[in-house]
Ligand binder design. Structure first.
Ligand SMILES: *[C@@H]1O[C@H](CO)[C@@H](O)[C@H](O)[C@H]1NC(C)=O
Ligand SMILES: *[C@@H]1O[C@H](CO)[C@@H](O)[C@H](O)[C@H]1NC(C)=O
Ligand SMILES: *[C@@H]1O[C@H](CO)[C@@H](O)[C@H](O)[C@H]1NC(C)=O
Ligand SMILES: *[C@@H]1O[C@H](CO)[C@@H](O)[C@H](O)[C@H]1NC(C)=O
Ligand SMILES: *[C@@H]1O[C@H](CO)[C@@H](O)[C@H](O)[C@H]1NC(C)=O
Length: 514
């Protein structure tokens, strides 16, 4: 019995010991070194070339030129490699969840070529190329890389309700996400504390529900974020969480929330949406119609987590309504009634949706295309049940990077494996696991500290979601995540230390970047 276990352990160890030690995060699927000689570039004159006429690709080239020029030393170089040739099969491909991000990169001493199916795949490859440049002497190893993501859904969630994040900081987070090859920005845009999204159909929602007129996202801010994300290969997934987590909607929409003095979950006299109020549904229809028009992605996130039943329970009108509808004291029935009506609305808008696990767990009648988003410690049971029922799943349990403790914690995030929910699950079930999302809830972060708290800790799950499954050796990750953080520091980000001691060759200086 011991032997197979020992053997597989040996295979694992051999794998990471054998891999070239390259400063890449995430680590590619396949790397082979070509020779011991390296290519030398001059970052000031280096060019990217392509026969593709993609305007987006030209912008991406500009971005990577800037990174190449962030050099430590100016020295006389004997340049061997003047150019990277980029070949794209389908430059007009849209950015969708299933869009190919595959690329191959071949670097020889005096020629280099990057091939990708799409511009978005080329972005991933250009990031890898830029990470390979040794900034001391501008050498790159000669190698061949074949790379593609193991999971198609590699998300990061930001909560802009508990604290406001400026458009500038959101963009910085999105840009750094592309450096770790994340591809979905799950925007938890509103929640109980504030409603910063400025809706066209219900402008009072942000007028009355935001912290102040300065703590809002106008329609042009939202479009700016969507466009910026697109240019970094990132899909924006908006979440309008209902029926719980909606306190901030109340001021603009009288009667929308359940009145429950003394029974609200966060001290307010109101709780979840009042599902018994018919006036609620046309509002939801208008709002979700707007959201599905503003955000071009295939998905919307409908929330559905943590509905506070004591509020509903305390309201005599709700009790009477439930009795009249034969819902005898089981509040799951009321929640399902609400969700079913909401889903009927969203189904008519031709978008797929993602729901927090509670919606699945409470047996709401969701469409087969629904993605179930697990966040609680019992996620393995949810994944087993949901995939057995044919639903696609994404994971956030284990990836709440808003939780901090003294000491190094990226290793814990690193070792979470979304497909490890059940050894006897079928390959079809495992294939339904699309990936996961790193979550930064907003209780204790705002513009002042989110970049440091997010990076590089989020890069650990980012590698899990992209890199080969066997890569579970934290010792192999350690120098790479530290190199990645120093690279972010070099690119102007206050990315925090990962290890308990060490230094970056170029340290972060607040003054240099402001
Ligand atoms: C560059 O090449 C010249 C001529 O081959 C050689 O003398 C010089 O040492 C080289 N410089 C460097 C920095 O390698
Ligand atoms: C990307 O590469 C993977 C692994 O080789 C392959 O399974 C997948 O079909 C490729 N995708 C495309 C669009 O070629
Ligand atoms: C560049 O520097 C690295 C160490 O930082 C070294 O391993 C490598 O051999 C150097 N390459 C060249 C071409 O000098
Ligand atoms: C119950 O409904 C009545 C009639 O609409 C209303 O006046 C009353 O305030 C409601 N009670 C609660 C607790 O919401
Ligand atoms: C409630 O149940 C009774 C008895 O089974 C039935 O006559 C009535 O139509 C039901 N009402 C609703 C709203 O489903």
């Amino acid at each position: 019995m011991l032997l197979p276990a020992l053997l597989s352990l040996l295979t694992l160890t051999v794998h990471s010991v054998d891999l070239p030690h390259l400063p890449l995060v995430p680590y590619p699927q396949h790397v082979s070194l070509l020779s011991s000689s390296s290519a030398l570039i001059d970052p000031l004159t280096f060019t990217f070339s392509t026969t593709s006429s993609s305007v987006l690709l030209k912008e991406v080239f500009d971005r990577y030129h800037k990174y190449l020029k962030l050099h430590d030393f100016v020295q006389k170089l004997n340049v061997t490699l003047p150019n990277l040739e980029v070949v794209i099969k389908d430059p007009d491909e849209e950015l969708l969840l299933m869009t190919s991000e595959n690329y191959t990169l071949t670097i020889q001493t005096n020629s280099a070529i990057l091939q990708a199916d799409t511009v978005f795949g080329a972005m991933r490859g250009l990031e890898t190329f830029s990470q390979l440049v040794n900034t001391n002497n501008y050498s790159l190893p000669t190698l061949h890389i074949e790379d593609y993501p193991r999971y198609k859904f590699r998300g990061f969630m930001l909560d802009t309700s508990r604290h406001y994040l400026s458009v500038g900081v959101l963009k910085q987070l999105i840009r750094a996400a592309s450096w770790s090859k994340l591809n979905v920005f799950h925007w938890h845009i509103v929640d109980d504390p504030s409603f910063p999204y400025c809706s066209v159909v219900y402008p009072d929602l942000c007028r009355k529900g935001a912290f102040s007129p300065h703590h809002v996202y106008s329609q042009s801010d939202v479009l700016e974020i969507i466009l910026f994300s697109y240019k970094h290969g990132v899909i924006v997934l908006p979440e309008l969480d209902t029926p719980g987590h909606t306190l901030s909607w109340g001021a603009a929409l009288p009667g929308f929330l359940t009145h429950c003095p003394g029974h609200g979950n966060i001290g307010a006299p109101y709780g979840p949406v009042d599902p018994t109020n018919e006036a609620v549904y046309p509002v939801l229809k208008e709002l979700f119609t707007e959201i599905t028009n503003v955000f071009p992605g295939e998905f919307v996130h409908l929330g559905g987590d943590e509905v506070h039943y004591p509020c509903w329970k305390s309201n005599p009108n709700i009790t009477a309504w439930m009795a009249a509808h034969n819902m005898t004291g089981n509040y799951d029935q009321l929640e399902n009634y609400y969700e079913t009506r909401l889903l009927n609305i969203v189904n008519s808008l031709n978008k797929n949706y993602i729901v927090w696990e509670e919606v699945f767990y409470h047996h709401v009648d969701i469409t087969p295309q629904t993605i179930v988003h697990a966040w609680k410690p019992n996620w393995k049971t949810i994944f087993q049940d949901a995939t057995a029922a044919g639903f696609r799943c994404i994971l956030s349990a284990g990836w709440y990077i808003s939780r901090i403790a003294y000491g190094e914690d990226w290793q814990n995030f690193y070792l979470v494996e979304p497909r490890s929910f059940n050894d006897t699950a079928t390959p079809e079930q495992k294939a339904l696991v699309l990936g996961g999302t790193v979550c930064m809830w907003g209780e204790h972060v705002d513009n002042s500290n989110i970049l440091s708290r997010f990076w590089p800790r989020a890069s650990a799950p980012a590698e899990r979601l992209w890199a080969p499954e066997y890569l579970t050796d934290v010792k192999f990750m350690e120098p790479r995540i530290e190199a990645h953080r120093c690279r972010m520091v070099r690119r102007g980000y206050p990315a925090e230390p990962t290890l308990s001691r060490g230094h970056c060759h170029v340290e972060y200086t607040w003054a240099t970047h402001h």
